[in-house]
Write a protein that binds this ligand. Structure first.
Ligand SMILES: NC(=O)c1ccc[n+]([C@@H]2O[C@H](COP(=O)([O-])OP(=O)(O)OC[C@H]3O[C@@H](n4cnc5c(N)ncnc54)[C@H](OP(=O)(O)O)[C@@H]3O)[C@@H](O)[C@H]2O)c1
Length: 276
């Protein structure tokens, strides 16, 4: 097992559910050298996704309780509506040694704690798909029996997949609206930018590459300089120049109000799903 895992004394990392998000986290952990692939075990009902785990060198099984029996740190990465039944299934295998982490959108810490043994150490993470290239934007919240040790451990692991900050649970659904769903919003914007260029005569492949790189470069400047977006926007806006003409059109189209409403709508939907 890699250094981080040895230091913290836990045995293996498990994944119950082996889809896109589990794979993104597993890849990040392996690529950052936090956990060796052979020390990871993933479960799912079919081989559809497990074959990708095997290709990474991980162990796989069709038994969820087996993941709990062999791993002390377990990520639950099934779809949210499946998770309650999965938790009931694995609950008898949960011990005081386990650290249990749910990535399921909209499943609250209290629901997780209700379905697991009373003192289970539970945390909730809201990830996003760019974890797959170690550029995730994640937040996590801890349950009643997870202390600062568990939070530190999880954070140090997840930093292999991008940024991870601890927040009060009330902010997790907002993160889902901003960042989980935000990936799709940003894709829509990138696509629209590229299509503007295609309309003006640029070849499609080039337009999409340039649009995506423009998002990446802008994000890097904002993060590395710690700048407010309004400052950077002002910096590229020459009086009477091209950018202010374009920005005027975006304002007429209500881009900002629409983006704000999109995050609001996705957050409200996440909250609605949490209550179900
Ligand atoms: N994708 C995102 O961008 C994103 C962002 C934030 C949060 N999340 C959360 O991440 C979780 C997983 O999403 P995903 O996109 O990775 O879903 P996904 O690709 O559909 O993967 C779901 C996995 O769960 C497995 N599964 C189904 N029933 C199971 C059971 N009874 N026991 C164990 N495993 C079972 C599936 O098995 P098979 O392989 O046999 O189909 C599959 O491996 C969701 O709760 C979602 O809310 C996802």
């Amino acid at each position: 097992m890699a250094a981080a895992a040895e230091e913290s004394g836990w045995r293996r990392v498990g994944f119950v559910g082996a889809g896109r998000m589990a794979e993104a986290i597993a890849r990040g952990l392996i690529q950052a050298g936090k956990v060796e692939a052979e020390h990871m075990l993933a479960s799912a009902p079919s081989d559809k996704n497990l074959c990708r785990f095997r290709a990474m060198g991980c162990q796989t099984t069709h038994s969820n309780p087996e993941v709990l029996r062999s791993c002390s740190l377990v990520f639950f990465a099934t779809k949210p509506h499946i998770l309650p039944a999965v938790l009931v299934e694995v609950a008898p295998a949960v011990t005081a040694e386990h650290i249990l982490v749910s990535v399921a959108a909209g499943v609250s810490l209290s629901t997780l704690e209700e379905l697991l043994p009373p003192t289970a150490r539970v945390l909730r993470v809201s990830p996003n798909l760019p974890c797959i290239v170690q550029e995730g934007a994640m937040v996590m919240a801890r349950g009643r029996h997870a202390g600062s040790y568990e939070a530190r451990l999880l954070r140090s692991l997840l930093e292999a997949c991008g940024q991870c900050e601890e927040v009060p649970e009330a902010q997790v659904d907002i993160h889902t609206g901003l960042s989980g769903s935000g990936v799709a919003f940003v894709c829509a914007f990138s696509e629209a930018l590229a299509e503007g260029a295609i309309k003006m005569g640029m070849p499609s492949g080039l337009a999409h590459r340039i649009a995506a790189q423009t998002l990446l470069g802008t994000a890097k400047v904002l993060l590395q300089k710690g700048q407010h977006p309004a400052q950077l926007r002002t910096d590229v806006c020459t009086p009477g120049g091209t950018t202010i003409y374009g920005l005027h059109v975006l304002e007429q189209g209500g881009l900002r109000a629409t983006a704000m409403s999109a995050v609001e709508a996705a957050t409200c939907r996440a909250r609605e799903l949490s209550r179900k």
